[in-house]
Ligand binder design. Structure first.
Ligand code: F6P
Length: 402
């Protein structure tokens, strides 16, 4: 192996530049050159038409930092399988041959991973470095920790404006159909309520918990000030299992529904109930806020940070994992392996999984929800008691994100 191509694909996030650098530094140790295949699988498909690829020399690597989010290699949401070209794999192989690329390191989530499985089955040697802010793979993936930290900061910051206006503040966050980012980000910001796709939402229950805590806070405050904080995952469902999506948002290039509207829908559900509740009028009067015809019920606002949760800087955890995932991928390529996902490096051991297994969707552990319910957080359902069992651990403990 003399030359490796690095591809980053799908939705970008924190830690990707660390994967790129981990790949390049490990390759350099083994006298292998690394080239950027630009803009994800779009670049791979068009490699044959590209004249020069960027060589990640030591000087070139100095031009970007590991802890800056996004990817120096660029992204697209192109699925090779969906390209209507019967010769697409031959075209890709010819493109690789043209540039002398012997193997690929591909950093992506479940969709990009499935393409990588496909490429491997078609005789292209490639290793997967897991990335997705959604954290829904079987292994840890770069991007998760950075996103969770950003969500926590945004949700915490919104409390100042929320408390000043006595508003219920809702933050809708990316994560598709897994609630990891809303769950962990919400916990870190001490959100009062966290709504995730794994727990179908009972809106009456959400409302009762809002009313109880929000009113208590403001009644007991010496300046009658308070807010109530809700974090909503974009992929939440109603109790009957129906999805809450604004269908007008359309599809992305992978063919998935763009998820939008969960925060707005949550605001409407709470606001409607507040306006119809006679106790709320009494509460407004009791706390000196009622102005008939103008201000009769608290305001409920939704905020959608969107791409901000995966932008900016990467967390230290993601940089470390990114370096390990990139370096591990090169070492696996050197072993002649393909179709595998780097799970991490433990001591001197490169741990991996078959990519087909690694990209299977992983959801929030519902057992953990009951724990946090017992600590007072609402998850939009009737509280389920947390019934702990106890066991002495003799080996390693489970990581928080696994
Ligand atoms: O899969 C990562 C992700 O950030 C999702 O959480 C989100 O729904 C989606 O990407 C947004 O994608 P795009 O940047 O293509 O709009």
């Amino acid at each position: 192996m003399k030359k490796i191509g690095i591809i980053t694909s799908g939705g970008d996030c924190g830690g990707l530049n660390a994967v790129v650098k981990g790949t390049a530094y490990m390759a350099s140790t083994h006298n292998i050159e690394v080239f950027i295949i630009p803009n994800g699988y779009a670049g791979l498909y068009n490699l044959i038409d590209i004249e020069n690829l960027v060589n990640l020399s030591m000087d070139r690597l100095d031009r970007f930092a590991s802890n800056v989010a996004g990817s120096e290699a660029g992204h697209s949401r192109v699925k090779i399988k969906k390209i209507e070209d019967p010769d697409k794999y031959t075209r890709i192989k010819n493109g690789m041959k043209k540039h002398g690329i012997d193997g690929l390191v591909i950093s992506g989530g479940d969709d990009s991973g499935s393409v990588m499985v496909d490429l491997s089955k078609n005789g292209i040697q490639c290793i997967h470095a897991p990335k997705t802010m959604d954290l829904d793979l079987q292994t840890y993936s770069v991007g998760g920790d950075s996103t969770i930290n950003r969500i926590a900061q945004i949700v915490q910051d919104l409390k100042t404006t929320g408390r000043t206006h006595n508003r219920v503040m809702i933050t809708e966050v990316f994560g598709r159909y897994a609630g990891h980012t809303a769950f962990r980000g919400g916990i870190a910001a001490e959100a009062d309520c966290i709504l995730i796709p794994e727990v179908p939402v009972d809106w009456d229950e959400v409302y009762e918990r809002v009313k109880r805590r929000y009113c208590r806070r403001i009644v007991n405050s010496d300046v009658h000030a308070g807010t109530y904080t809700i974090v909503v995952a974009e992929g939440i469902k109603n109790a009957d299992g129906s999805e809450i999506v604004d269908e007008s948002a359309g599809l992305d290039a992978f063919g998935h529904k763009k998820l939008a509207g969960a925060g707005k829908f949550t605001a409407q559900q709470i606001s409607r109930r507040m306006k119809a509740d006679p106790d709320i009028k009494k509460f407004m009067k009791e706390t000196g806020q009622l102005v008939p015809g103008i201000y009769e019920a608290p305001e409920v606002r939704d905020v959608v940070p969107g791409h901000i949760v995966r932008s900016g800087m990467s967390s230290a955890y993601d940089v470390s994992f990114g370096w390990e995932a990139g370096a591990g991928a090169v070492l696996l390529l050197l072993e002649g392996k393909s179709g595998l996902t780097v799970a991490g490096i433990d001591g001197q051991e490169v741990q991996y999984m078959k990519s087909e297994d690694a990209i299977k969707q992983r959801y929030v552990d519902i057992g953990q929800i009951a724990l946090y319910e017992s600590l007072g957080i609402s998850f939009g359902r009737k509280v389920v008691p947390f019934k702990p069992s106890f066991r002495e651990i003799k080996d390693k403990i489970k990581r928080i994100y696994s």
